[in-house]
Design a protein around this ligand. Structure first.
Ligand code: 3PY
Ligand code: MG
Length: 255
């Protein structure tokens, strides 16, 4: 559960990731057991802290699933710590330029790809690797996804995708809609966002790297599945809880 190599997204699929805002190990374990292939602990807009990341990585591991961490803006240092704590991968928001991509990769990949500092205190045990094997394999086993969610990122998408150490892209359709409409709309279904999807998928194909996407709803997730995205993140958990609560209550009247 401490590993998430990009090759895991090559066959079959799509891979569904459960996106978690609530910083609770019980929530992480429950969603990981509910059929999702992995979970994301969100430290940008969700409430994940380093302490909750440590606990939630362990809880996802109990369910046999890898945990990714979505970093706060520019929070690459937290990313390296999360990998030390056994996170299987990282998602960096608002990667707009090749320089942003390089800074991300520098912090979270060991040489020769980057300059990650040594200290995988729990990752060794979770992966069952000794120190030399972890050093040799960590770059390949831990997924680093760069979020494409602005007009500027779209204009640099090939350079971002081709940055060594960036293992794949993840589209943030909400921010992308805000950016592409100049702050007028937050709408993943906006025609400019839909038109951009193919452009990012093509850049991933050219770089030989997977393109994942966040889905606001099951309907968006189905659409993204038909478009061939190999990984779809669904959430957040508060939405699962609200939908389950509403359905449970309405079922009382339908029974
Ligand atoms: C976005 O859609 O902007 C995201 O960051 C997904 O959470
Ligand atoms: Mg976003």
């Amino acid at each position: 559960p401490g590993a998430f190599p990009a090759t895991a997204l090559e066959h079959g699929g799509p891979h569904f990731n459960g996106w978690l805002c609530v910083p609770s190990p019980l929530v992480a374990e429950t969603v990981a057991r509910a059929g999702f292939g992995s979970v994301t602990l969100d430290a940008q807009h969700g409430f994940a802290t380093f302490t909750s990341i440590v606990d939630c990585v362990a809880a996802a591991a109990l369910a046999g699933k890898p945990a990714l961490v979505r970093l706060p803006l520019g929070g690459f240092g937290l990313g390296a710590r999360a990998l030390d704590a056994g996170a299987a991968g990282l998602i960096a928001p608002m990667i707009d330029t090749a320089a942003d991509a390089r800074a991300f990769s520098d912090a979270v990949k060991f040489p020769p790809l980057g300059r990650r500092s040594w200290g995988p205190n729990r990752a060794l045990g979770l992966l069952g690797l000794d120190r030399p094997s972890y050093l040799a394999r960590a770059n390949e086993l831990t997924l680093a996804l760069a979020m494409i969610e602005t007009e500027l990122a779209l204009s640099n998408v090939d350079a971002i995708a081709q940055t060594d150490g960036v293992d794949g892209l993840l589209i943030g359709p909400n921010d992308l809609s805000v950016s592409l409409t100049g702050g007028v709309a937050v709408d993943p279904g906006h025609p400019r966002v839909i038109a951009a999807l193919g452009r990012v998928l093509d850049a991933g194909r050219r770089a030989g790297k997977p393109v994942a996407i966040f889905a606001n709803s099951p309907a968006y997730a189905s659409d993204y599945m038909r478009r061939g995205f190999p990984m779809i993140a669904l959430g957040p958990d508060l939405g699962f809880l609200a939908a389950g609560a509403e359905r449970t209550l309405s079922d009382v009247f339908d029974a």
